[in-house]
Design a protein around this ligand. Structure first.
Ligand code: ZN
Length: 123
């Protein structure tokens, strides 16, 4: 099994309902995102997926989140834009974008501060 990881960032605002008084207030984070891709089969060039192609997919997802009020995005209308749900959103959106059955988006980790992150692990 091979695993690739790319690291990226976005900055956005959110408001978390039913968490704590502090989180219910509108506030922002500089999120750091780690995306993990796994697969067993390499292509004829000896790679799982071209890093350039992978980064292009990831950065188009970051563009959807960067400098936004996350609660207003369609995906987060019914769900709190917590680091957990943001990780899930990125994993699901990236899987659709890559659209290759031999490549798995295995997990996404979203850091909301230097010492706190949430990971979505794809079953
Ligand atoms: Zn927050």
């Amino acid at each position: 099994m091979f695993e690739l990881k790319v690291v990226t960032h976005f900055a956005a605002a959110h408001q978390l309902k039913m968490v704590s008084k502090k989180c219910e207030n509108l506030h922002g984070h500089n999120w750091k995102v780690e995306v993990y891709i796994t697969g067993k089969t390499l292509n004829s060039a000896g790679i799982l997926i071209d890093f350039g192609q992978l980064k292009k997919h990831v950065s188009s997802i970051m563009e959807q989140l960067d400098h936004k009020f996350l609660n207003e995005l369609k995906y987060f209308q019914e769900k709190n834009p917590s680091s957990e749900i943001i990780s899930q959103y990125i994993a699901q959106t990236l899987r659709k974008a890559i659209d290759d059955p031999s490549i798995r988006v295995s997990r996404v980790t979203t850091w909301e501060s230097e010492d706190a992150c949430a990971t979505y692990i794809v079953d």
